[in-house]
Design a binder for this molecule. Structure first.
Ligand SMILES: NC(=O)c1ccc[n+]([C@@H]2O[C@H](COP(=O)([O-])OP(=O)(O)OC[C@H]3O[C@@H](n4cnc5c(N)ncnc54)[C@H](OP(=O)(O)O)[C@@H]3O)[C@@H](O)[C@H]2O)c1
Length: 258
C-alpha cells in the first residue's frame, strides 16, 4: 500500500497558495482535518487565508519558489515549528500565452523559471526529508495542457509536459522508498490564471470543485489526478492521432488554422 498522508502524519505544504487552486486546496484540506503550511510571494494574501481557517490550521510560510535558499529556509522553519511535512503539493505556476512576433525572451524564460525550477526547488527541500523518514507524499501540479501541443502554449505546454514526465520518472525512483508521487492535471479551472483568457474554455469548473477532486486524489493515492473526465479522455484520444490529423483537428477546434 502506497503512503497516503493522514492528519496524524504531519503538516501538508502547498506552494502557490495565495490564490486559485492552491488556496482552495488549503481550505479543503483544513475541512478534512489537516494542518497546512502555505507558500507564495504575497505574504499578505497568505495571512488573509490563515485568518479564514480556525487558528493554527493554516500557517503562512512565504517564499519565492525560484529562490532555492528561500524555499529551503521556509521548509526548515515549517518543520522546526510545526513538525514533519507529510505531503508536499508543488502547485505554484504561471501562465502567459506566448507569441512568436515579437519573440519576448523573458516571457518564455520566466515561465520555465517558475513552472520547472519552482518545482525543482520544492523537491530539493522536501525529498531529503522524505527519504530520511522513509515516507512522504509528493504531488506536482501540471495540466492537461501538457498532454499535447496547443496554439500559443509553446512554453506553458512544454513546462507542463516536462512536469508530467518528471513525475512519472520520479514515481519509479520514489515508490521503492515509500514516497508516493502524483501528478495533477486539471482542465480549465476558474482562477485568476484563467480569468485573463479571452478564448473559450470548454468544461471549465469552479475552483472549489477542483480542490475537492485534488484532495480526493491525495486520499486515493493513484498516480494521476486528471479532471474533468470529459476533458481528460477527449485530449487523451486526440493525442493518439497521427500528427497531420492532430494539427488539423486542434487547429480547427481552437481556431488557430483558418
Ligand atoms: N486554472 C487552471 O485552469 C489550471 C489548469 C491546469 C493547471 N493549472 C495549474 O495550477 C497551478 C495554480 O494555478 P491557478 O490557476 O490556481 O493560478 P493562480 O490563481 O494564478 O495561482 C498561482 C499561484 O502561484 C503562485 N506563484 C506564482 N509565481 C510564484 C513564485 N515565483 N513563487 C511562489 N509562488 C508563486 C502565486 O502566488 P504569488 O503571486 O503570491 O507568488 C499563486 O498563489 C499552476 O501551476 C497552474 O499552471 C491551472
Amino acid at each position: 500500500m502506497s503512503f497516503r498522508a493522514r492528519p496524524e502524519d504531519g503538516i501538508i505544504w502547498i506552494t502557490g497558495a495565495s490564490s486559485g487552486i492552491g488556496r482552495a486546496v488549503a481550505l479543503e484540506l483544513v475541512a478534512r482535518g489537516f494542518r497546512v503550511a502555505v507558500s507564495a510571494r504575497r505574504a499578505e494574501e497568505l495571512e488573509a487565508l490563515a485568518r479564514e481557517a480556525k487558528p493554527g490550521a493554516i500557517i503562512p510560510a512565504p517564499c519565492d519558489v525560484t529562490d532555492a535558499d528561500g524555499v529551503l529556509k521556509a521548509v526548515e522553519r515549517i518543520e522546526h515549528e510545526h513538525g514533519p511535512i507529510s505531503l508536499a503539493f508543488l502547485n505554484a505556476g504561471t501562465y502567459k500565452p506566448v507569441s512568436i512576433e515579437p519573440f519576448v525572451l523573458k516571457d518564455w524564460q520566466s515561465m520555465f523559471d517558475v513552472n520547472i525550477d519552482g518545482v525543482l526547488t520544492g523537491l530539493n527541500a522536501v525529498l531529503p526529508r522524505f527519504l530520511a523518514r522513509g515516507k512522504g507524499q509528493l504531488a506536482i501540479n501540471a495540466s492537461v495542457a501538457g498532454f499535447g501541443p496547443l496554439p500559443r502554449a509553446a512554453v506553458y505546454g512544454a513546462t507542463k509536459a516536462a512536469l508530467i514526465h518528471m513525475a512519472g520518472s520520479l514515481q519509479f525512483d520514489c515508490t521503492p522508498k515509500n514516497i508516493t508521487v502524483q501528478v495533477v492535471c486539471p482542465g480549465f479551472v476558474a482562477t485568476p490564471l484563467t480569468a485573463k483568457n479571452d478564448h473559450p474554455m470548454p468544461f471549465i469548473i469552479p475552483v472549489d470543485d477542483a480542490a475537492k477532486r485534488i484532495c480526493d486524489g491525495f486520499a486515493t493515492g493513484g498516480f494521476e489526478i486528471t479532471f474533468p473526465r470529459r476533458m481528460k479522455w477527449l485530449l487523451k484520444a486526440i493525442n493518439l492521432l497521427p500528427w497531420p490529423a492532430y494539427f488539423w483537428l486542434v487547429g480547427k477546434g481552437t481556431g488557430a488554422s483558418r
